[in-house]
Design a protein around this ligand. Structure first.
Ligand SMILES: [Zn+2]
Ligand SMILES: [Zn+2]
Length: 367
């Protein structure tokens, strides 16, 4: 039984054949209680207020953060009920009063950084990602696990022609996160970048890093993912189960990687990552495993190593990250699923059983 047929049997969507057709109802996957399956509901299509736009969802990626949101895992929880999803791509179909920077028909992405204040010290220095008034898509604002969603036109991604919505979806979170993380390592073309974890985030990082002219070493505990990293252009690969990757990497690169990007949600990977960092290098953390990890102070101090966090990316990073994909240099591995499969997808994510990014494809109906 599919969502489409289930819902249409009980409550058909309003529809007509007029050209200016705007439905009043939409399908949405809603978190009503933390830790419980999402419910597939019919909801009113929201109306864009002043300064807002209405986006008709074409595709929305499923990120681990959506699972954390639905489980209420983090200290600041979303207000129930809410619609997750922060990798939504779609067409602008409604414009609120005063909106001039997008027009109906534009293809946009509604990312994790849903909006920011625009005037605090962070916004003024183009660090809107750490704005204290930032709102988050699919978390503090309803997201893309629905046929329509509202967005702030000042913060949407502009999807370049030539990218399909399904291809673009993972880039507005997973893509930008890895791209920004690589930038934050400050590694220059010709220098070494070590990428710890070459799965969902890491396979994008390998492609961005190669496109940016870096030498890439992929580290993982899964031989299949490592082989894939090699196919995507990694110059070196190490299986961390086979021995200390830091020692091997230092030997092969003559002192360690100039930049290290830790995408693996593993505290052991964090510790190893600091060990892989070359003197004066930077180790960037983008994975978010629960807990804390000890920093080996002597190594960090004596080798003048920088350890820093990086969190999604700014609008400028977004435009750059999408441009690499539009130029054919970066492509996410995706698996398409209908919205109705969201609970099965969450189960698989929770069990680490999703080899590539799942994208909810709103052009697939009733399957
Ligand atoms: Zn995400
Ligand atoms: Zn701000």
């Amino acid at each position: 039984m599919t969502m489409q047929s289930t819902l249409t049997q009980t409550a058909p969507l309003q529809a007509n054949n007029k050209k200016s057709f705007k439905p009043h109802k939409m399908h949405a996957a809603v978190v009503e209680q933390f830790g419980k399956p999402l419910t597939l509901q019919e909801r009113d299509v929201p109306t864009p207020g002043p300064g807002q736009i209405l986006v008709k969802t074409e595709a929305c990626g499923v990120c681990h953060t959506d699972l954390h949101a639905a489980n209420g895992d983090w200290p600041v929880k979303p207000t129930l009920p809410f619609i997750p999803g922060h990798e939504a791509i779609g067409r602008v179909v409604g414009i609120g009063a005063g909106v001039t920077i997008v027009k109906e028909g534009d293809r946009v992405g509604v990312p994790w950084l849903y909006s920011a204040c625009g005037h605090c010290e962070y916004c003024l220095s183009a660090w809107e990602t750490v704005c204290p008034e930032a709102q988050f898509g699919g978390y503090t604002k309803n997201g893309g696990f629905a046929e329509y969603l509202l967005a702030d036109p000042n913060y949407v991604a502009h999807i370049p022609a030539g990218l399909t919505p399904q291809e673009a979806a993972p880039l507005v979170c997973a893509g930008i996160t890895t791209y920004k993380g690589i930038k934050e390592t400050k590694a220059k073309p010709g220098q070494w970048l070590a990428i710890s974890g070459v799965g969902g985030l890491g396979h994008l990082a390998v492609q961005y890093a190669k496109a940016m002219g870096l030498l890439v070493c992929g580290i993982d505990i899964d031989d299949g993912k490592l082989a894939h990293a090699k196919r995507l252009g990694a110059d070196l690969i190490f299986n961390a189960k086979a021995g200390d990757p830091a020692a091997s990497l230092k030997k092969e690169t003559g002192g360690g990687a100039h930049g290290v990007l830790i995408t693996a949600p593993s505290l052991i990977a964090f510790k190893q990552g600091v060990g892989m960092t070359r003197k004066l290098g930077t180790c960037v953390l983008v994975g978010l495993p629960p807990g804390e990890f000890p920093v080996p102070l002597f190594d960090v101090v004596a080798n003048c190593i920088t350890v820093r966090g990086s969190f999604v990316g700014t609008r400028e990073d977004m435009a750059e990250a999408l441009a690499f994909a539009a130029a054919g240099k970066v492509k996410a591995d995706i698996e398409l699923q209908p919205l109705s499969a969201i609970n099965q997808v969450f189960d698989r994510l929770a069990h680490g059983d999703v080899p590539s990014r799942v994208v909810l494809d709103f052009s697939q109906r009733g399957n």
